[in-house]
Design a protein around this ligand. Structure first.
Ligand SMILES: Cc1cc2nc3c(=O)[nH]c(=O)nc-3n(C[C@H](O)[C@H](O)[C@H](O)COP(=O)(O)OP(=O)(O)OC[C@H]3O[C@@H](n4cnc5c(N)ncnc54)[C@H](O)[C@@H]3O)c2cc1C
Length: 480
C-alpha cells in the first residue's frame, strides 16, 4: 500500500513514518476517497493545471464534505505531514499539490445552492466558476467570478477575484457574505461581517493561509442573460495607437464597462484562417453588464476603433462569454507562468514599453493583458478587507504559455525581466492571484499589502494557524 515516490521536504514525515493501522483507519473514515501512489488514478490525481508542476504527494484525499476535511486536517496534524489544499488546482505555482505530503482535494465539493429570492448562493469549496455561472444564470443572476470557467472558486475568491463584472459589482471577495472554514486545530467555524470578523477580514484577499474553506456564500446580481461586448482583433502594425484609443475610452467609461487590452497572437487552431495563425494581434475587449441596448450604444466608439482583422463583438450570453477563453488554457498539457504588476497609470511611455515587449514575445502563445480597474473596486475602503491595491487604475498581466521543457529558462527569464523593467511604471504591488511562482516570498506580500496590513494578516494567522500548518500558499508567517 505504501509505495511510490513520496519524498518529503527535510524534517517532514513521509508515508513510511505512518503506522499501517493509522493509515487504514484514515482511509476507511473518508466518505470520499484516498488515492495512494499505487492506485491507478494516482497520476491524474496528483496533477494540477500547470503542466510544469510535477509533484508526488503521499496521499490525495478527495474530501466529500466537511467531515472528510476535518478528518484530513487532524490526520496531517497528528502525523506531522505536509498539507496542500486543492480547490480548482489553477494556481500557477502549483500550491495545490506537494511532494510527500497530503493533498486535501476538494473537487468532490463542487455543489452550488442558489437562493433566487434572497439573491445569494452557497458554493462548495471545490466548485469551479463554470458550475456557479450555470446555476446562478438559470435565475438571471451572477456573482463576479473569473473569466475561465475551469478556474476554482476557492483560490480565486481568497485572492480577490477579477472578472467582467468587477467595475459594476466589485471583486469576487467584495461579494462574499460568509465562509465556513476548518481551521488548523480541526474546528469548523463560520466567519462573516458579524462573526469572527478578523477571520472574515483575512480570507478576503489573504489567500488560503487561515484554514480550509469548505463553503462560500455570495451576493448575486441580475446579469444577462446576454451582455454587450466588444472584441476586435487588430493587426499590430500600429498597436500603440490602438492601445491609446482603448485607454482614452476606458478612462471615462461608466462602471458597467470592464475592459481589457490584450496583446497576443492569433491562435494556431482551425477556427482561424491558416495564413493569419500565429500573427501578432492587439485585442480590444470590453463587457457592458447593464441594459443590452444601452451597452451596445456605450461601447460603439470602442468597437469603431481602427479597422480590425476580426470583429467578434455583439450581444453574448453571459455563460458563453465566461467560457470563451477556456480552449486556450487547457489543463496539464502546457507550461505556464503568470505574473502581474499594478500600473500607476497608462501614459504613452508605459504603452510604448508594453508594445515593444509585445513585439519581442518569445513565443506566440505569450499573452500580455492590461486590466482596467477602478469603479466599484476602488469604492471599497482599502482597510475593509485584506485585498490590497484598490486605487490602482490598471493591472498588467504577463501570461507566458509554452509547450517544451527546453524553453522553460528562456520563457521564465523573458517574463521576469519584463516584470522588472515595468517596475518604473508601478508602485510595486501586484495581484496576488497572478504572482508568478511567488519567488519573492514575504517581500511580495509586503510590497502589495504594505507593512501595516501585513502585520494584521500575521495577527490573524497567529490566532488561527500558529504552527503554519497551511503554508503552501502566498505564505503569511505566524509570529514565533
Ligand atoms: C486559466 C486561468 C484563468 C484565470 N483567470 C482568472 C480570472 O479571470 N480572474 C482572477 O481573478 N484570477 C484568475 N486566475 C487566477 C486564479 O485566481 C488563481 O490561479 C487561483 O489561485 C485559482 O484558484 P484555484 O482554486 O483554481 O487554485 P488552487 O491551485 O486549487 O488553489 C490556489 C491557492 O488557494 C488555496 N486554496 C484552494 N482552495 C482552498 C480552500 N477551499 N480553502 C483554503 N485554501 C484554498 C490553495 O492551497 C492555493 O494556495 C486564472 C488562473 C488560470 C490558471
Amino acid at each position: 500500500m505504501k509505495t511510490g515516490n513520496t519524498a518529503a521536504h527535510a524534517g517532514e514525515k513521509t508515508l513510511e513514518d505512518i503506522p499501517d493501522e493509522d493509515l487504514e483507519s484514515f482511509v476507511s473514515e473518508l466518505r470520499g476517497s484516498a488515492i495512494l501512489p499505487d492506485d491507478e488514478e494516482y497520476d491524474g490525481a496528483r496533477r494540477v493545471w500547470n503542466g510544469m508542476i510535477d509533484r508526488y504527494p503521499a496521499i490525495v484525499a478527495r474530501c466529500d464534505g466537511v467531515a472528510d476535511v476535518v478528518t484530513a486536517v487532524r490526520f496531517v496534524r497528528d502525523h506531522g505531514l505536509l498539507v496542500a489544499i486543492r480547490g480548482g488546482g489553477h494556481n500557477v505555482a502549483g500550491h495545490a499539490t506537494c511532494d510527500g505530503g497530503l493533498v486535501i482535494d476538494l473537487s468532490p465539493m463542487n455543489w452550488i445552492d442558489v437562493d433566487p429570492e434572497g439573491r445569494t448562493a452557497r458554493v462548495g469549496g471545490g466548485a469551479t466558476w463554470g458550475s456557479v455561472d450555470h446555476e446562478t444564470q438559470a435565475f438571471g443572476l451572477a456573482t463576479p467570478g473569473g473569466v475561465v470557467s475551469t478556474t476554482g472558486v476557492a483560490g480565486l475568491t481568497l485572492g480577490g477575484g477579477y472578472g467582467y463584472l468587477r467595475r459594476k459589482h466589485g471583486l469576487t471577495c467584495d461579494n462574499l457574505q460568509s465562509v465556513d472554514v476548518v481551521t488548523a486545530d480541526g474546528r469548523y467555524l463560520t466567519a462573516s461581517e458579524t462573526e469572527r470578523e478578523d477571520l472574515f477580514w483575512a480570507v478576503r484577499g489573504g489567500g488560503g493561509n487561515f484554514g480550509v474553506v469548505t463553503a462560500f456564500e455570495y451576493r448575486l446580481h441580475p446579469v444577462g442573460p446576454e451582455v454587450a461586448t466588444v472584441e476586435t482583433w487588430h493587426s499590430t502594425d500600429d498597436a500603440a495607437t490602438i492601445v491609446r484609443g482603448w485607454r482614452d475610452f476606458v478612462t471615462t467609461a461608466p462602471d458597467e464597462v470592464s475592459a481589457e487590452m490584450v496583446l497576443w497572437s492569433v491562435p494556431d487552431v482551425p477556427d482561424f484562417p491558416e495564413e493569419l495563425r500565429r500573427r501578432p494581434v492587439a485585442i480590444v475587449a470590453a463587457v457592458h453588464c447593464g441594459d443590452l441596448a444601452e451597452g451596445e450604444r456605450v461601447l460603439e466608439p470602442l468597437r469603431s476603433l481602427g479597422d480590425p482583422l476580426f470583429d467578434f463583438s455583439g450581444p453574448t450570453p453571459y455563460v458563453e462569454l465566461q467560457q470563451d477563453f477556456d480552449p486556450f488554457f487547457p489543463a496539464e498539457e502546457l507550461r505556464y507562468y503568470a505574473k502581474s504588476l499594478f500600473l500607476d497609470g497608462l501614459d504613452d511611455a508605459a504603452i510604448d514599453a508594453i508594445v515593444a515587449r509585445a513585439e519581442s514575445r518569445p513565443h506566440y502563445r505569450v499573452l500580455l493583458d492590461i486590466w482596467q480597474m477602478g469603479g466599484a473596486v476602488a469604492r471599497v475602503p482599502e482597510d475593509e478587507m485584506a485585498y490590497s491595491g484598490r486605487q490602482e487604475p490598471f493591472l498588467l498581466a504577463i501570461d507566458a504559455t509554452w509547450e517544451e521543457p527546453a524553453d522553460d529558462d528562456r520563457l521564465l527569464e523573458w517574463s521576469r525581466s519584463f516584470w522588472a523593467e515595468m517596475q518604473e511604471y508601478s508602485s510595486g504591488g501586484l495581484y496576488l492571484n497572478f504572482p508568478g511562482f511567488g519567488e519573492e516570498k514575504e517581500a511580495l506580500l509586503e510590497r502589495t499589502h504594505g507593512r501595516e496590513k501585513y502585520e494584521r494578516l500575521a495577527d490573524v494567522k497567529t490566532a488561527y494557524d500558529p504552527e503554519n500548518l497551511f503554508r503552501l500558499n502566498q505564505n503569511v508567517k505566524p509570529r514565533a
